[in-house]
Design a protein around this ligand. Structure first.
Ligand code: HAX
Length: 482
């Protein structure tokens, strides 16, 4: 067996013992990242990391501060700054070929190394990922348990916010709009805004930011469920006593939405882990960073991120994918799902001037490993589902069609291509709601990163913009003087 895979298969307890026999890179990284701190709370663990990290950043800036990290072409300035290296974001890094790594760990590695729900969970607990994102360490089971308990303690949403959410025009207002409103409504409890108003020193902002981040993350499952039940189930909510005893965030989300199957709890844990973070330049993460850089508190910053996530080229794509798949099935009618029939329908989408949702990516140049993780879940739990068969067949057809079209830089499927059919299989059929789930997950990564923005004292963002006339004059002048 491949050495790295073997090492990961060992799990954290045996990892140390395997030290001498398996000196692979993955093994070394995993052992290095196993939590060695005696911290019993996440807050303590983050605190212990801040001074060393500030020192590291100081040293890097001293040594390399004046080096050129990247150069920006005119095309990049017009083209959404694509691939321009102009920001630092610690919690995750996206490789175009390999996909996302959370603090250095790929998705399969996280699935092996992070603690799971007892007694028989197979997917990592999102609380373990939160610890990893915030501290860079693989937590022990008891550390994850402490996060679970902390979030559980904070999970209740203030009744006045629930009342306001109940008053929204659910039939006319998209669930993402309701979600963004809800996060803004929660803002009045921000500890960071309060500390700032009382003159707290800048060096302490991270503490209040972390406090807000944990409270907000803890409350999002209940907020999402309120929106779901109000919009699609006539305001009939799951009784609080059914949720109170639930220990982990994934299961709390599943149960609050009204689902009672263990397999769906597992899907929610996987979903929350997969969608959590995708480095810093994507629209939602960058919006959170940008708004936070004005020292807007985590609630205001995250609401901005959600508004970006609600765009169809970003998080709304998962809703669009399911709609597109269902339309495709309808158009197929009694015709079989052959390559030729599917090709024809894909071309129809392109000829109408639409993108094929769930394919392509601004950074990735291979199949998204988040797609692969969901495919593996489907192969295990719903191999015969008709919609899964359709998604599998499209995996063979769409990349070729997009290559023939000749425009896309990446013809392979992304995360959004797969999530909808899994949710639908378990009965969550209301695709308008899907991006809300994405948003609950995205809080884990973007808010962890925001805590570090404040811990490292990053300044307000203010890149320089220029006009088309400025560009013309600048380069014309340069060619005259050359
Ligand atoms: N179908 C048809 N055309 C596509 C395409 C797709 N799936 N993906 C890209 N293209 C087109 C672009 O629209 C662009 O055309 P124009 O030159 O006419 O504008 C051209 O191919 C080059 O685009 P690109 O450089 O390959 O891709 P971008 O970095 O500009 O955009 C997107 C990346 C993800 C926005 C794009 O691939 C897309 O629109 N995909 C479909 C929507 C989608 O799945 N979005 C979710 C992405 C993942 C995510 O953020 N999830 O939240």
């Amino acid at each position: 067996m491949h050495c790295a895979r073997f090492v990961l298969a060992l799990g954290r307890r045996d990892l140390r013992r395997a030290e001498k026999s398996w000196p692979s890179d993955v093994w070394k990284r995993a052992v290095r990242a196993l939590s060695t701190s005696s911290a019993t709370s996440l807050q303590e663990a983050v605190r212990s990391k801040i001074e060393p990290m500030r020192a590291q950043v100081h040293e890097v800036r001293e040594r390399f501060g004046e080096e050129v990290l990247d150069a920006c072409t005119v095309n990049q300035a017009y083209g959404g700054m694509r691939s321009l290296k102009a920001m630092v974001y610690e919690t995750s890094l996206l490789d175009p070929q390999e996909g996302i790594r959370f603090r250095g760990f790929s998705i399969p590695e996280c699935q092996r190394l992070l603690p799971r729900a007892k007694p028989s969970g197979e997917q990592p607990l999102p609380e373990g990922l939160l610890w990893l994102l915030l501290t860079g360490e693989i937590p022990t089971e008891s550390q994850v348990e402490s996060v679970c308990q902390d979030l559980k303690r904070r999970a209740a949403v203030p009744p006045e916010v629930l009342r306001l959410l109940d008053e929204l025009p659910h039939e006319r207002m998209h669930p993402m709009t309701q979600f963004s409103v809800a996060v803004s409504l929660l803002q009045h409890e921000s500890k960071m805004a309060e500390a700032y108003a009382q003159g707290a020193p800048k060096s302490t902002f991270w503490e209040y930011c972390l406090e807000d981040a944990l409270t907000l993350i803890a409350r999002l499952p209940a907020v999402a469920a309120r929106i779901y039940r109000n919009t699609f189930h006539g305001g009939k909510h799951v009784p609080a006593e059914k949720i109170e005893k639930v220990d982990d965030m994934g299961m709390r989300l599943a149960r609050s939405l009204g689902f009672e199957l263990n397999e769906f709890d597992e899907l929610m844990r996987l979903y929350l882990v997969l969608h959590a973070d995708h480095e810093g330049g994507n629209v939602s993460a960058h919006a959170v960073r940008l708004v936070g850089s004005a020292l807007s508190d985590p609630y205001l910053s995250f609401a901005a991120g959600l508004n970006g996530l609600a765009g169809p080229l970003h998080g709304l794509a998962n809703q669009e994918v399911l709609r597109w798949l269902l339309q495709m099935k309808e158009k197929l009618g009694n015709r079989p799902m052959t390559t030729e029939n599917l090709r024809e329908l894909c071309w129809e989408t392109l000829r109408e001037g639409h993108v094929i949702p769930g394919f392509g990516h601004a950074v990735l140049r291979r199949t998204d490993p988040r797609y692969t993780a969901q495919r593996e879940f489907a192969l295990k739990h719903l191999p015969h589902d008709e919609m899964f068969q359709l998604v599998s067949k499209l995996y063979e057809v769409v990349p070729r069609v997009l290559e023939e079209q000749g425009k896309v830089k990446n013809p392979w499927p992304n995360v959004d291509q797969h999530s909808g059919i899994l949710l639908r299989y378990y009965g969550l059929v209301e695709s308008n709601f899907y991006t809300v789930l994405f948003g609950v997950s995205r809080a884990l990564g973007t808010l962890s990163s925001l805590v570090w923005d404040r811990a490292l004292g990053l300044p307000i963002e203010r890149p320089k913009s220029v006009t088309t006339q400025w560009i013309r004059e600048h380069f014309e002048k340069r060619s005259v003087s050359a």
